[in-house]
Ligand binder design. Structure first.
Ligand SMILES: CC(C)(COP(=O)(O)OP(=O)(O)OC[C@H]1O[C@@H](n2cnc3c(N)ncnc32)[C@H](O)[C@@H]1OP(=O)(O)O)[C@@H](O)C(=O)NCCC(=O)NCCS
Length: 162
């Protein structure tokens, strides 16, 4: 099966490859997901995303999956649903690479806007999104389950077309 791969040089000497994910990647995806979130997605949720209106990209180093991003396309809007990097690969540019890749793909497919939710407490992700041009457009109260109760979401958006 043909797979489109793009190579990038991240931190010095770190060659990262981005490719579409397949259901066969699920065990590696779930391994990262379980280490990434207090309330991780189940295998069934990921399986539901292998549909035409979704895009799933993985970032690999030496063939090993280091992280992934999942988005859905609705009309002209892209919803960023999941962006996660293996704890052992963080801080080396993989998250930014995935984000830039999905933005480039969305622009190539003539999408108009990318929207996402992020936990209020998730300063690392919020800063990454801001640095890549996202702006906060609102809040969703009690959007995420938390250790004790619920946590609000910051809603962020980026316009792709002028
Ligand atoms: C958010 C996440 C995807 C970032 O991935 P990453 O590969 O570490 O990110 P990058 O290496 O591309 O770095 C992006 C920015 O985050 C900063 N950063 C990364 N790890 C950090 C840390 N532990 N503490 C502070 N800043 C950090 C980098 O310095 C960089 O900042 P800059 O924009 O000022 O240069 C990753 O932390 C992660 O998987 N978190 C758990 C899942 C999650 O919260 N996903 C977001 C859901 S909305």
């Amino acid at each position: 099966m043909h797979r489109r791969e793009d190579s990038y040089l991240g931190a010095p000497g770190l060659e990262l490859t981005i490719r579409p994910l397949e259901p066969g990647d699920l065990s590696e995806i779930l391994n990262i997901e379980l280490q990434g979130y207090s309330h991780p997605w189940s295998e069934g949720i990921f399986l539901d995303c292998f549909k035409p209106d979704y895009r799933l990209w993985g970032v690999c180093q030496n063939g090993s999956l280091a992280g992934y991003v999942v988005v859905s396309y609705v009309l002209d809007e892209v919803h960023l649903l999941n962006l996660c990097v293996h704890p052992g690969f963080r801080g080396r540019g993989a998250g930014r690479l995935l984000l830039r890749h999905l933005l480039a793909e969305a622009a190539r497919e003539c999408m108009n806007q990318v929207i996402l939710e992020v936990r209020l407490s998730n300063n690392v992700a919020s800063k990454l999104y801001r640095n890549e041009g996202f702006e906060e457009i609102g809040r969703r109260p009690r959007y995420y389950p938390a250790a004790s109760g619920w946590e609000d979401a910051r809603v962020m958006a980026l316009l792709l077309q002028p």
